[in-house]
Design a protein around this ligand. Sequence first.
Ligand code: PGA
Length: 247
Amino acid sequence: MRKLCAGNWKMNGLKAEALALVRGLAARVKAEPLACDVLVCPPATVLAAVAAAIGDSGIALGGQDCHPADRGAHTGDVSAPMLKDAGCRFVIVGHSERRADHGESDAMVRAKGEAALRAGLSVIFCIGETLAERDAGRTLEVVGRQIESSLPPGLEAGDFAVAYEPVWAIGTGRTPTAAQVAEVHGHIRRAIAAKTREQDSVRLLYGGSVKPENAVALMAAGDVDGALVGGASLVAADFWAIARACG
Ligand code: PGA
């Protein structure tokens, strides 16, 4: 299946930086079309500017989070219909930084996913174990529970992807081995199959310290259908190199 290379810019990118980044990326994509899909998820404040700069390059736009409600009295939040209206096709939900910083539970992540689906967005559900959970040998149990509780029922393959992001690998420079990634992705695929009628056609992304230097090995691990990239997505040349590794 066609891989997905997704860039999660997190809380980075004033307008000038964001425009320089996406223009650099669009120029590369236009000069040398990729064999994978490319997605950027900038902060909400620059979505409109980035959408305009993306032009006809084929790069997709996504949000980093959405509220479970479509509208209403929720100061500071962004709804899924707002993301759609701003030109997004995707949204990330359940990122470990949201789970940690905002106390988001699996039930909350599921409600956000449902809101995104109502709005016609494709959802990237993030899951992953902490270091303590891995050290305790609970990785498969944890990601299995997150799949069971964070994904809404009735999902179809085209509606969603799952990003496996070990919390201890995010922003740390540490990564699991290809064998560890393959083991967890295989387990995730079986958990998805048990929960939905979809399995082989769901994209499973790996995220956590993906860099140009390790992307080829991580993308070659079994059952990996793309990458969710944080820090390295802020440098056009690095993100481009990772996207090429995905293709
Ligand atoms: P990182 O972040 O690539 O900076 O480790 C990945 C993520 O949090 O999605």
